[in-house]
Design a protein. Structure first.
Lengths: 261, 359
């Protein structure tokens, strides 16, 4: 009896969490032109319209370029910062570490306004580069956290062995350290990409006029009407942001298995 | 010709001095062990030779070349670590071939040398496996193969046997010595294990608190300790206060509390200069227990009582009391050990004793 109740309750919790998502996915295949129940038939017409909507396609391209650049820059900076903090004795490394992680702790709105005011103070206009800069700031902590954790577990003597055998420090990094921490680097990059791709708060503050990312585009479209296209777009977003990390995790596991790490 | 020369090496970490002015000369092809308790500076010394640490003062020469400013990857050294430090993402063959890649060895030649190295460590068939598929002992053999395949000027071994099980450790000890003799590479071995040091070394460097206490072949270091620290660190010793009262031919005469006058061979009291206070060193295994009343034959004999019996299988360690002095004796077991409380006669040949100055 007791277990039965707990099971039922658990089921309700999951329904509460995932039903809205399921509804969006379901309605994106609705033939009716009203994005709501009852469904009148199965159709992919909203996906087709989505693919022909120039504004959305442009937003998609912007989001992907922004996400990829954010991931690339964050990962590079994150790996370098982690190396410095874990492998070398940097003065004030605790403080630096805390400052690098801080953007996670500060509410995003505050961070967004602060950066905007700062740019104003410097009389710099908003631009795509600055939007990118903002995304790097708040994706960097995730990369640093993941990569640092991995780097700590890579024994220093493995690198010393490589050095003693004649590999220069740079060769040692590319032959030994980087391959061993590759799963963490990929995971960090994926985090950075999906966070950037999903972000709306910071993006709304930082984006220059005329530039829309997918979330800001949806937001703009919602202000006019609830179009079934948005459901279709939502479905695509869900597939991307859930599917990519899953794919990444699978690749990382495969790599880890091969390397015996 | 000497292979490695350290001249007045000092290593300070901020206020802490890990190695005090140390000089050392390691001949070509020798197996030299740095022996001492943890924190004695042996690993720091090894890491300075390797180039993983910079000496604060002094010079390091390898094959006559000053290497203070030569980075580790240009020193041509073989380095073996306690925890093997194999590259987990590379196969055994790739691990062993790693150093050859940076020496411009042609692929075909490299494959042959890897095979020879694997044969030498008696693991010929494991080239395609990954490190984690091998046991600890096998991994350490691979680490050794990886270090010697590059024909290093010096082989540096940092406690390479400490992570292995006791039985395996003794096998590996013999194996390691065999390989070292076979290829004749100059070797510096760091350990805190006196039996490894005694069994393997041509020369032992005993270190304590960042200073060299004694340098010499195993027998000399064991039988003629140069300091109380060495006498206590290698084996078990009884160190008794005594007085140096003169000499008699090739012997130095010492008056000790319980034993009376003992004639220690001069060769075993090299640091005893003038008459006066001194210390008598008696190895625990040189003190033999006999049943009371057994005839004496040229030895010193004193009466004692057995206080504690520490049974060790083939040997037994006794703590005995003679007058006010407690002594330690390690004897092989003939039939059965003496029991606690037994009255025994302690036997000692004066020529087995050594003497030290009273610090």
């Amino acid at each position: 009896m007791g277990w039965g109740l707990i099971r039922l309750w658990t089921l309700l919790v999951y329904l509460f969490m995932f039903l809205p998502v399921a509804v969006v996915v379901l309605l994106s295949f609705n033939a009716s032109q009203f994005g709501s129940f009852p469904m009148t038939g199965f159709s992919v017409r909203w996906f087709v319209e989505l693919a022909q909507n120039e504004a959305i396609l442009r937003a998609f391209r912007t989001s992907i370029v922004l996400g990829l650049l954010t991931a690339a820059i964050s990962t590079t900076l994150g790996v370098l910062a982690s190396l410095a903090l874990v492998r070398y004795r940097v003065p004030g490394s605790n403080l630096i570490s805390t400052l690098l992680i801080a953007p996670i702790l500060v509410p995003e709105v505050v961070l967004a306004v602060a950066l905007l005011l700062f740019l104003n103070f410097l009389s710099i206009n908003k631009s795509f580069v600055l939007l990118l800069f903002g995304h790097v700031i708040f994706t960097l902590p995730f990369v640093v956290l993941v990569v640092q954790a991995r780097l700590v577990s890579i024994r220093r003597d493995i690198e010393e062995a490589a050095l003693s055998l004649g590999a220069s420090p740079v060769q040692t990094f590319f032959e030994i350290t980087l391959p061993l921490m590759l799963p963490a680097v990929l995971a960090g990059g994926l985090f950075a990409f999906t966070i950037s791709f999903d972000d709306i708060t910071g993006t709304l503050f930082w984006k220059p006029g005329g530039v829309e990312t997918v979330p800001t585009q949806i937001f703009a479209m919602l202000r006019n009407s609830i179009s079934p296209e948005i459901n279709a777009l939502g479905t695509v977003m869900i597939v991307l942001t859930v599917g990519l990390p899953l794919l990444g995790a699978a690749i990382a596991r495969q790599l880890a298995r091969k390397s015996g790490g | 010709m000497s292979s490695v020369t350290l001249t007045d090496i000092v290593k300070r970490f901020e206020a802490f001095t890990a190695v005090h002015k140390t000089s050392l000369d390691i001949p070509d092809g020798a197996f030299v062990t740095l022996l001492g308790p943890s924190g004695c500076g042996k690993t720091t010394t090894l890491r300075m030779v390797a180039g993983l640490l910079d000496p604060t003062e002094g010079e390091i020469l390898i094959k006559g070349r000053k290497v203070n400013d030569v980075p580790i990857h240009k020193r041509n050294l073989g380095l073996v670590f306690q925890n093997y430090a194999l590259f987990p993402h590379k196969t055994i063959a790739e691990n062993v071939a790693f150093g050859l890649k940076y020496r411009g060895v042609a692929k075909e030649d490299a494959r042959k040398r890897v095979q020879e190295a694997l044969d030498l460590v008696q693991l010929p068939g494991v080239g395609d496996r990954y490190p984690k598929q091998l046991s600890g002992g096998q991994q350490q053999r691979i680490a050794l193969a990886r270090a010697i395949v590059i024909e290093p000027d010096v082989l540096l071994l940092d406690e390479p046997l400490s992570a292995l099980d006791a039985n395996l450790r003794e096998d590996m000890r013999v194996e390691l010595k065999r390989i070292q003799e076979r290829i004749g590479v100059t070797t510096i071995f760091v350990t805190h294990d006196q039996s490894e040091a005694l069994a393997m070394s041509d020369q032992i460097v005993v270190m304590s608190n960042g200073r060299v206490e004694q340098v010499g072949p195993p027998e000399q270091v064991y039988n003629t300790p140069a300091s109380e620290f060495v006498a206590n660190f290698l084996g078990a010793s009884n160190i008794l206060p005594a007085r140096h009262v003169g000499s008699d031919g090739d012997a130095v005469l010492l008056d000790a509390d319980t034993f009376g006058r003992v004639a220690v061979p001069a060769a075993k009291a090299p640091n005893l200069a003038s008459e006066g206070p001194a210390k008598l060193v008696i190895r625990a295994e040189k003190l033999q227990l006999a049943p009371s009343g057994t005839p004496v034959n040229g030895e010193l004999a004193i009466d004692a009582t057995v206080e504690t019996v520490d049974y060790q299988g083939q040997a037994v360690r006794y703590f005995v009391r003679a007058g006010h002095t407690q002594l330690q004796a390690i004897n092989m077991i003939d039939e059965r050990p003496f029991s606690e409380g037994a009255q025994v006669s302690l036997r000692l040949r004066p020529r087995d004793c050594a003497a030290l100055p009273a610090s």
